[in-house]
Write a protein that binds this ligand. Structure first.
Ligand code: ARG
Ligand code: ZN
Length: 879
């Protein structure tokens, strides 16, 4: 695992595998110390490959007990064994290779391959975990039909699950039993899974559109099955939605989900046996927030949708990861939009994109959705691959129209069913259904960074002529200076005085159809004839392309859109941009003082938004969330001083809160929710608005308001309100927060999901004790670095949610995280690598912090024996 030389893998080196494995039979014997795996691989040399070509099987941390071809046991000289695998020097054309290996799941803290979580055995194979279970050609284009016989002690593992359909089960001697699973769909080994253990379950039946019955089960640790009801509901809705919107019908007799408490990622789409991090399954109103529910719904849908986009059509190689992830994220976004409020979902998704992907894309780790080289593929499960990947698919839909887009997806799923495909093949399907040349469009997949778009307008009243000049420029990213302009689908409107969209007779200079401009030029002038009055242009409605729009817009224009734009996204966007335009200059290290007077009209616009009869509470809540810390760091770009940003943001909140005080108080006290808690979009939006009102008010830091927050905590009848109250206190009154958090710990944190909230809230407090507090939390008896959820809760909240303390000028925050990363790297390189991204904006800090961050990164780099995962991340981050 730990090698000196990093091996870089290049897309251009792709070659199909010399050998194929159409059939795989496994016999897995679980016992507490060791698990023994007997595998029969039915191997064939691919047509055209020369005899005598050696066969290389991947295998890591498995102990070979025996190896045979047919009945012939192989001896030394017939194969070579190394740390990374096994090589057969002169294999026959077609044969059965039988291996027996042993692995030690108890000791496996990397949570890759076969490991134990709370006493239960489970697996995680994507991307390259199967090689830790047995020898195999571990690459996504080698697909096999798997049959698995699992054997275990009846008491230790009454439940035995694998992919596909259950074929047989029975008793054996010595209190042992077995289960036989067969998955008729050929699949790459990254989709293989097994679970063995003591689990409770809930069950449901689903009838597919063609009348097939499917048994649905969700398994959780004993006592937790009832907490899976919402996940089950989300699953049933996902299955229905995928039939209706994408025509995808489930293709096995059973669909199982297992929730485990130790898991590196969110969840995994193994065929017929999804395995989840239990924080994305378990929920009830007392332990989960509205946001948790929404995420559970999303992720359940996401993994289920992979059954087609990922499993039925998989990826040829790992460079194509976004082929399944981008498309599946797009699908889960659409699902949430159809199930909830589309406009609100869109705004939330874009906020998420900017918060993570834009940051990634602007820094040393920038890469295209389809990278062309990597060292460790596990480092590429990034927001660029996932979220930007989804944006690119969304642009295809915008460009081609919903109907043609769906024809393209149908063609893709049909043409490549059962295959391992590429981005080129995906794009080709859309070219074939639309007749449109998408070669330029495809650059979205292969080019890192995002266009910066600027514009100017003019109106000639006499000729009724409106002119729009658009410019795009793609700034260089590390190692890539030459950028091409990209195809931009720009949804737009010409907003009149009273908010109506103005019409035009004809337009020239670019492709303009209805509300869409399409351009792939560096610069383009579009003229609209027959525009009856001077409009305010509204561009990139619904965020129709993932660009940075340079808004040199005047405050009046922004406010015009904020009040009147018929596109909710741009309404929200313009309000945010108005505030940022006023505030950002004051955050600059040599910037001017904040001019409070300028905020007056913004407050008026916000106030009107709150008063509106047409806007939903959920939308209003979004508007009350003033631009985030990350929004400003993005805007500023360099020389970032977190303390300064914090001070200015606090001032802005105070000013706005003071101006809206009466309205916010009324809103808080009169917005009544039904007694019966439902995590639906409607109620969530109302709770969000109420909590947002309180949150803004509390920034005034008045004793009376803190009383109100404390009462909100004590009277809360669900976790959404309770956590909101705590978060507000943490942000505004650390001393009082510490007291409330003690109460919270004593009374509510029995469930680990709630304990994790407690950790995160503690880590978010920004005061002189922050670092010591976090060190104390690490000693808490329920905290462990070995469980990723604990790590994400505590240190995720610290690095993301407490930027002033993480980026302390004395470097103590950076040093703390460097220590933690180095510790975790000893047993879980994937998580260590992931945490290194906390440093990705280090070059953007002002000099003192920059040097402190560099020192911490250098210390990691110089440490002995760091994993390849961490090494790749740190080297790239340092640049
Ligand atoms: N395919 C999984 C999903 O998106 C995530 C797997 C993560 N694996 C990893 N090595 N990071 O649902
Ligand atoms: Zn996925």
């Amino acid at each position: 695992m730990r090698s000196e030389e990093q091996k870089i893998v290049y897309l251009q080196d792709y070659k199909p595998s010399d050998y194929l494995i159409p059939k795989t039979e496994m016999w897995v014997d679980f016992s507490p110390e060791r698990t023994q795996i007997t595998t029969d691989l039915h191997i064939e040399r691919r047509a055209g490959v020369e005899a005598g070509t050696p066969l290389e099987l991947d295998g890591e941390q498995v102990e070979l007990v025996s190896i045979a071809i047919g009945d012939d046991v192989l001896g030394a000289g017939q194969y070579e064994l190394s740390e990374n695998g096994l090589k057969l020097l002169d294999p026959p054309q077609s044969f059965v290779l039988s291996t027996v290996v042993e692995v030690a799941p108890e000791k496996n803290k990397s949570l890759e391959g076969l490991y134990r979580s709370s006493g239960n055995w489970c697996t995680q194979c994507e991307a390259e975990g199967f090689r830790r279970i047995t020898y195999f050609i571990d690459r996504p284009d080698v697909m096999s039909v798997f049959t698995v016989k699992m054997v275990a002690d009846k008491d230790l593992a009454p439940v035995l699950l694998s992919n596909g359909n259950p074929m047989d089960k029975g008793e054996m001697s010595n209190n042992r039993h077995f289960a036989l699973w067969h998955d008729p769909h050929p699949k790459p080994c990254y989709l293989f899974a097994m679970v063995a253990g003591k689990l409770d379950k809930i069950s449901e039946k689903f009838t597919t559109k063609s009348g097939k019955n499917v048994d649905l089960n969700i398994y959780a640790e004993p006592g937790k099955a009832e907490l899976c009801r919402y996940a089950m509901d989300a699953l049933v809705r996902s299955m229905k939605w995928d039939e209706e919107r994408f025509g995808c019908e489930y293709d096995l007799d059973v669909f199982n989900i297992v929730a485990v408490s130790d898991f590196n990622a969110g969840a995994m789409e193994n065929k017929g046996l999804n395995i989840f991090n239990d924080k994305y399954v378990l929920a009830d109103p007392a332990t989960a927030t509205d946001q948790d529910y929404a995420l559970i719904e999303r992720i359940i849908a996401h993994e289920y949708f992979h059954n087609y986009t990922g499993n039925r059509v998989t990826c040829r190689d790992w460079f194509q990861l976004c082929l399944k992830e981008g498309l599946t994220v797009f699908r889960d976004q659409e699902f949430s939009s159809d199930e909830r409020f589309r406009d609100v979902e869109r705004i939330d998704d874009v906020k998420g994109l900017r918060q993570s992907q834009f940051v990634e894309d602007s820094g040393p780790l920038a890469h295209p959705p389809r990278p062309s080289q990597y060292e460790q593929i596990d480092n590429f499960y990034t927001s660029t691959v996932y979220e930007k990947g989804a944006e690119v698919v969304r642009m295809l839909m915008t460009l081609l129209g919903k109907q043609t887009f769906h024809e393209g997806v149908d063609l893709y799923l049909d043409r490549h069913d059962g295959e391992a495909a590429t981005i080129e093949q995906f794009i080709k399907c859309f070219e074939d259904v639309s007749g449109r040349d998408l070669s330029q469009f495809q650059k979205w997949y292969t080019q890192a960074g995002r266009p910066r778009v600027s514009y100017s307008t003019s109106y000639a009243a006499e000729q009724k002529l409106f002119t729009l000049v658009l410019k795009q420029e793609v700034p260089p990213t590390p190692g890539d200076d030459e950028k091409s302009p990209l195809v931009l689908p720009i949804r737009f409107g010409l907003v009149s005085n009273n908010g109506e969209d103005l019409t035009w007779e004809h337009a020239e200079g670019a492709e303009v159809q209805d509300d869409l401009i399409v351009t792939n030029e560096d610069e383009v002038t579009v003229t609209f004839h027959g525009v009856s009055s001077a409009p305010v242009v509204s561009l990139f409605r619904g965020f129709s392309a993932p660009v940075t729009l340079d808004t040199k817009a005047s405050l009046e224009e922004d406010l015009h859109r904020a009040r009147l734009d018929s596109d909710p996204f741009n309404r929200w966007e313009s309000l945010q941009s108005a505030i940022m335009n006023i505030v950002a200059p004051a955050m600059d290290v040599d910037g001017p003082e904040l001019d409070i007077e300028l905020l007056e009209p913004v407050a008026v616009a916000l106030s009107q938004t709150l008063d509106s009869q047409n806007l939903s509470p959920a939308f209003k809540a979004l508007c009350l969330k003033l631009p985030t810390y990350q929004d400003y760091t993005q805007r500023l770009g360099q020389n970032i001083d977190p303390d300064r940003i914090k001070t200015v943001r606090q001032k802005v909140s105070e000013v706005v809160a003071d101006k809206l005080r009466g309205q916010l108080v009324t809103l808080y006290s009169t917005l009544h929710l039904p007694d019966d808690y439902q995590p639906n979009a409607e109620q969530s939006g109302m709770r969000d608005l109420r909590n947002q009102a309180l949150s803004l008010l509390a920034t005034l830091k008045e004793g009376q308001l803190f009383e109100l927050v404390e009462r909100h905590y004590r009277e809360a009848r669900n976790m959404t309100d309770r956590q909101a109250a705590l978060a507000i206190m943490c942000a505004n009154a650390p001393d009082r927060a510490v007291e409330l958090l003690d109460d919270f710990k004593r009374n509510y944190t029995e469930a680990m999901t709630v304990y994790d909230k407690w950790l995160g809230l503690n880590a978010s407090i920004d005061d002189a004790q922050t670092i010591d507090r976090i060190k104390r939390l690490m000693d808490d008896d329920r905290f462990s670095l070995e469980t990723p959820n604990r790590v994400y809760a505590l240190f995720g909240a610290f690095t993301q949610g407490n930027p002033t303390q993480f980026a302390r000028a004395d470097g103590a925050g950076f040093e703390l995280i460097a220590d933690v990363i180095l510790q975790i790297d000893q047993f879980n390189p994937q998580v260590a690598g992931r945490f290194a991204v906390a440093f990705r904006i280090w070059k953007n800090y002002e000099s003192k912090r920059r040097e402190a961050a560099r020192a911490a990164l250098e210390r990691i780099k110089q440490s002995e024996k760091i994993s390849p995962n961490l090494s790749e991340m740190v080297n790239k981050t340092l640049g």
